[in-house]
Unconditional design. Structure first.
Length: 308
């Protein structure tokens, strides 16, 4: 199998790379390696995929995985199979799969997995002046306080005494406590479902979001549907209660949180335009349209985790 490995050298878990490289050489001998440069992962993948490439294998976090998928699907060879190793700060997309415990066994699971197809999300951001920015997302894209949290994490990368997961949760608490809400109109398949102040609106392909929150437990990666989860803005105390409910998995019981499913989801800001992100990477905000590409990506991965 001719494998191209896309590695983010600064992703969480980078200290494990020497052992990972040895396992890769054993299971995928002769693999080629591309080390990403910040902001260039998509173009690097597009340039690296060749007619003879059998598998693109990403090593990094959710951002690396999402950008690698975007690069692959916009390359000349979008039918090439894709896989990844779990890693990074949030590692939310990896939670959709039943992974073995060790890197060696994870790579073996990839090597022996039968190819199958999963859905991919498309996010179009209408940024003004008729300009539209388009990107694919594999797990989740969102707007509201989540965009501010991702932007804050991007601005505060670097050495820290705190584990990455704890840094993420602390930044989330601070941003949520200070957030004043975003005024949004939300439509699903052309039907208006909400118009008002929002804490966060997440459109998911996978089930996990926000470093371990199973925000959309019924989400499936191959059902041709997007799952929308949004929370009304409820003031500082109310928003922190929503955060706690997401963290402990009880958010489905809150009246402030609503869920919908569909193939096209539109989120239009009126007033101040909130920050937005796709697979943990900040995108240019604007009026947002989310849509689904059913069965668009061929993957070699372990079995999916059951919904619920």
């Amino acid at each position: 199998m001719r494998v191209t490995v896309i590695r983010n050298p600064v992703a969480g878990g980078a200290h494990r790379w020497p052992a990972t490289a040895r396992a890769l050489a054993e299971i995928f001998p002769g693999y080629s390696l591309v080390e990403t440069v910040r902001g260039m992962t998509g173009p690097q993948v597009r340039a690296a995929v060749a007619p003879e490439t059998d598998l693109v294998l990403a090593v990094g976090g959710d951002g690396t995985v999402g950008q690698a998928v975007d690069g692959l699907l916009t390359s000349l060879y979008p039918q090439t199979a894709f896989a990844f190793l779990p890693g990074g700060t949030g590692a939310d997309f990896s939670r959709n799969f039943d992974w073995p415990a060790t890197t060696e066994r994870q790579l073996q699971a990839i090597a022996t997995a039968a190819p199958r197809r999963i859905d991919v999300g498309v996010l179009q951001s209408h940024v003004g002046g008729g300009e539209v920015k388009t990107t694919h997302f594999i797990n989740v894209a969102s707007t509201g306080v989540s965009g501010e949290i991702v932007a804050a994490i991007e601005a505060n990368r670097g050495p820290s005494r705190l584990p990455a997961f704890l840094r993420y949760r602390l930044m989330s608490l601070v941003r949520i406590a200070r957030y004043r809400g975003a005024s949004l109109r939300i439509s699903v398949d052309g039907k208006r479902v909400y118009d008002g102040a929002v804490l966060v609106a997440a459109v998911t392909n996978g089930g996990w979001f926000g470093a371990g929150v199973r925000a959309a437990p019924q989400a499936l990666l191959d059902d041709g549907q997007l799952d929308l989860v949004f929370a009304r803005h409820c003031g500082a105390i109310g928003n922190l209660k929503i955060f706690a409910a997401f963290a402990n998995g009880s958010h489905a019981n809150l009246s402030a949180i609503k869920t919908h499913r569909g193939q096209v989801i539109d989120i239009e800001p009126h007033g101040k335009i909130p920050m937005a992100e796709a697979d943990g990477e900040v995108i240019r905000p604007g009026a947002l349209r989310f849509s689904i590409l059913p069965q668009a990506l061929t993957v070699r991965l372990p079995p999916a985790v059951a919904p619920g």
